[in-house]
Every structure is written in C-alpha cells, then in structure tokens.
Write a protein that binds this ligand. Structure first.
Ligand code: ZN
Length: 80
C-alpha cells in the first residue's frame, strides 16, 4: 500500500509538467515596450499555477540562482 502511494505520487510528479530544467519565461521589456522571452534555468521545481481558462500553466514556482521565484509563462489563451 505504501509503495503504491509512493509510485503514484512519483508518477504524477513526472507527468505534471515533468520537472522542466529550463522555462521560457515571459516578461515586459521596458526598452522594447513589448513582451519578451527569456530562458530561466530551473534548480528546483515546485509546481505551477494553472490558467483558469485554458488550464495550462500560467506561472511556475522554481528555485533559480539560489532564489525562489515565480516565473510567468504564456498560457494557451495568451497567444493571439
Ligand atoms: Zn490561459
């Protein structure tokens, strides 16, 4: 029973956005006056917040450069 629970939680962790090593974050570029992208290295992955509309990740909770950060990404409905 216990090993089954561990297997299942491991399984969900793996399928749940399978711990990305890099995230293509979106941010407002003040110089260009437009949205820009930047690859952010993921040291530790701590899950994501999903978009209420398209159910895709909207932001990821990660550790990068020794700091915990919330990294925003483009969800499915932010693309025009
Ligand atoms: Zn969305």
């Amino acid at each position: 029973m216990l090993s089954r629970t561990i297997f299942l939680s491991h399984f969900f962790l793996k399928t749940d956005m399978d711990n990305p090593t890099e995230i293509n974050s979106v941010f407002w570029n003040e110089e260009k006056k437009s949205w820009d992208h930047k690859m952010i290295k993921v040291e530790e992955y701590h899950g994501f917040v999903e978009c209420q509309q398209c159910r895709r990740p909207l932001s990821h909770n990660i550790k990068t450069d020794g700091e915990f950060k919330v990294v925003y990404v483009e969800c499915g409905c932010s693309r025009r």
